[in-house]
Write a protein that binds this ligand. Structure first.
Ligand SMILES: [Mg+2]
Length: 231
C-alpha cells in the first residue's frame, strides 16, 4: 500500500516543545525586573509570526524573537546581561539531551523492516542534523530532509524527487498544520499523533473534502498496526 513512510521529528520522535516552554519561563523571569508584564504572550507570538519570513523555524529564530520582544516589552531598557542570558538559553536548548517519545524505537524498527522510512523536519539545519545523529535513530531512515517549511509544495517536491505517488505516501506527525493537512491536500495519507502541549501555531482545522486520508492515533506504536491494516 505504501511506497514511503515519513516521520516528523520534533514532538513526534523526541520531546521538543517542553524546551520552548522552559525557555519562555526563563524569559518571564528575565523581564520581570522591568515591571509587571502585560500581553507578553501575544507580543511574543506576534513577533515570532512576523519573523518567520526572515528567520524561519527553530531555536535561533525563536531566541531572536524573544530578544526583539524583550526590547519591545521593556521599552528598550532591557540590559545586555539579559540579552546574553537569552543567548545562553538558546545554546542550552540546542545542546539539550535528546529525550525520545514513547515507543519510538519499536515503531521505527518494525516499520523499517518493511518500508523505506524518511525523516522530514523543519528548523535549523545544523541543529536538526545534530539531533538526528545524537538520537541514534538515523539507522532506521533511508533519508533525512531538513526543509524550511512544510507545505503541500514541500511534500510534492520531496515525493517527485523520490518518484513516489502521493497516494502511496504516509506521513506521521504531531502538527496538523505541518504534517497532516498539506499531505492530505496532496492526496496522501497522514497519521496525526497529538501531544499534550502543542505549539498554538501547529493547531489548524482539517478541512472537509481533502483528497487524502487523515488518521489519528493516541500512541506512536499504533502506527504499526495501522500500516499493516492498510497492506
Ligand atoms: Mg513536530
Amino acid at each position: 500500500m505504501f511506497d514511503l513512510i515519513a516521520f516528523d521529528a520534533d514532538d513526534t520522535l523526541w520531546h521538543n516543545e517542553d524546551l520552548y516552554r522552559d525557555a519562555r519561563a526563563q524569559f518571564d523571569a528575565l523581564i520581570a525586573p522591568y515591571g509587571p508584564p502585560s500581553g507578553v504572550e501575544d507580543i511574543i507570538h506576534a513577533t515570532e509570526m512576523a519573523n518567520l519570513p526572515f528567520f524561519g523555524f527553530g531555536v535561533n529564530s525563536f531566541i531572536l524573537s524573544l530578544i526583539e520582544a524583550a526590547v519591545a516589552i521593556t521599552g528598550g531598557r532591557v540590559e545586555g546581561a539579559a540579552i546574553g542570558r537569552l543567548i545562553e538559553v538558546a545554546k542550552g536548548m540546542i545542546s539539550a539531551d535528546i529525550r525520545l517519545m514513547d515507543e519510538v524505537e519499536d515503531t521505527l524498527a518494525a516499520l523499517a523492516a518493511d518500508y523505506p522510512l524518511l525523516l522530514i523536519t523543519k528548523g535549523d539545519l545544523l541543529h536538526q542534523q545534530d539531533k538526528v545523529a545524537r538520537s541514534g535513530l538515523g539507522r532506521y531512515f533511508s533519508g533525512v530532509e531538513v526543509v524550511s517549511d512544510k507545505t503541500a509544495a514541500t511534500y510534492a517536491d520531496i515525493l517527485r524527487r523520490r518518484g513516489v505517488a502521493p497516494a502511496r505516501f504516509l506521513m506521521v506527525g504531531n502538527s496538523l498544520r505541518s504534517d497532516i493537512v498539506p499531505v492530505a491536500e496532496l492526496g496522501g495519507q497522514a497519521v496525526y499523533v497529538p501531544i499534550e502541549n502543542t505549539w498554538v501555531y501547529d493547531h489548524v482545522p482539517v478541512p472537509d473534502g481533502l483528497p487524502g486520508v487523515v488518521h489519528q492515533v493516541t500512541r506512536l506504536g499504533e502506527v504499526v498496526g495501522l500500516v499493516r491494516g492498510n497492506q
